[in-house]
Design a protein around this ligand. Structure first.
Ligand code: TYM
Length: 383
């Protein structure tokens, strides 16, 4: 979707994003209080729900209905390995782990090394290598091999291809142009790719059905797929949902997040192509600290002014990072926002508070990430 002031597509996110407008134009629904209440019966609500980072969905109510009837739910998410993982990418994965426990569901995770080869100026060798590096970050978040399967597209294409073909046959180029903005300069690899990203939803349903003893031909028709991701991936799910009736599967449902902003300002998202704006899981903790200390804030030009007039947390990336990701305690967060507005918390102190949390997170994550090298093969689809 491209509006006058912002753009949100799977390959580009920029500008001041108006999430209200997105809800209307994408035709997704807001996660409202009744839905939050239903989710809270599964497990204490995750921080990302409480702080409304996950804000929209398609058919989440259907997933909850099916789950309540005792039907199986399967989770599906992924990564386009174009570089190292940054903290924004971790948002849907951390949340997926919560969903996995809440629904006791299996996760299929797609690494689209093919997609990133097609859209970026990267070799296939680079994207396949990044796929393995990014997988370490997923594993470090606590996923376990018995219910987490990673699909590397270029390696596991055989499994996906029959599903992708069926979706591709049902998707016209004119639909793909309208949904993804393809034009005559788009390479033909990319014009087929959406079928592959959509394919995993049905593959996952089939696999869970088969694991439950159903025969391959019609396995998984009653399994419900739920896809946690940021809103930029929504175009793929339109293709998948349109194709679902032809393949005989339930339409995949989604739970969608806003973007964690980058450190240089609230517009757009944290993007892998802007290193100072993003914190990578592979950054040295002390380099990450320096990035936080240079972050864009909602403060005033001088300390005196900030004490008098207070800061504006709505445009402050430091406040937002604390609120969305790093300050778990709701009461502490509310108090800090109040104090920031009142000029009682100054930027230097606020940045240090966040930087300490970021450093602690990275040190622990990096320890787990290194350990993941020993077990990464166990997570592969064909392990
Ligand atoms: P990719 O690699 O661009 O992004 C990986 C996941 O991270 C989300 N994301 C963010 N979330 C919050 N804040 C941010 N700043 C931010 N930046 C990115 C993305 O929405 C995505 O969920 N084509 C996909 C790979 C893929 C996939 C999937 C993603 C394949 N199958 C199924 C989600 C679900 C891609 O390039 O994602």
């Amino acid at each position: 979707m491209t509006s006058t002031s912002f753009t949100v597509t799977p390959w580009e996110v920029k500008g001041e994003i108006d999430y209200e407008k997105i809800i209307k134009e994408f035709g997704v629904k807001r996660i409202d209080e009744p839905l939050m209440h239903r989710l809270s019966k599964l497990a204490p609500l995750h921080l990302f729900l409480r702080r409304k980072l996950f804000f929209a969905h398609r058919d989440l109510d259907v997933v909850l209905d099916e789950h309540e009837k005792g039907r199986k739910v399967v989770l599906y998410t992924g990564r386009g390995p174009s570089g190292h993982t940054h903290l924004g990418h971790l948002v849907p994965w951390i949340f997926t782990r919560w969903l996995q426990k809440a629904f006791k569901a299996k996760l299929y995770f797609q690494m689209t090394d093919d997609e990133k080869f097609l859209v970026k100026d990267l070799s296939l060798e680079q994207t396949t290598n990044y796929a393995k590096e990014n997988a370490l970050d997923l594993i470090a978040l606590g996923f376990e091999p018995h219910d987490t399967k990673i699909i590397y597209d270029t390696e596991h294409i055989r499994e996906l291809y029959p599903f992708a073909l069926k979706i591709a046959k049902r998707t016209t180029f004119s639909t793909a142009k309208a949904v993804f903005g393809f034009d005559n300069s788009t390479n033909i690899g990319l014009s087929f790719f959406p079928a592959l990203q959509a394919a995993v939803a049905f593959y996952a349903q089939q696999q869970v059905g088969m694991a439950g003893g159903e025969k391959a031909a019609d396995a998984g028709k009653n399994v419900q797929c739920l896809i946690p991701c940021a809103i930029d991936q929504d175009p793929y799910w339109r293709i998948a949902r349109d194709a679902a009736p032809y393949l005989g599967y339930q339409k995949p449902a989604t739970i969608l997040s806003k973007f964690l902003p980058g450190l240089s300002g609230p517009a757009g998202k944290m993007s892998a192509s802007d290193a100072a704006n993003a914190i990578y899981t592979t950054d040295k903790p002390e380099d990450a600290r320096k990035k936080v200390m240079r972050a864009f804030t909602g403060g005033q030009p001088t300390i005196d002014e900030q004490r008098k007039k207070g800061g504006n947390p709505d445009i402050c990336t430091v406040c937002q990072w604390l609120n969305l990701l790093f300050e778990e305690d709701d009461d502490v967060m509310q108090q800090r926002l109040k104090d920031y507005r009142a000029g009682k918390i100054l930027d230097g102190e606020n940045k240090k508070y966040l930087a300490d949390k970021v450093v602690a997170f990275l040190e622990e994550h990096q320890r787990k990430r290194e350990k993941a090298r020993d077990v990464i093969e166990k997570y592969s689809l064909t392990a």
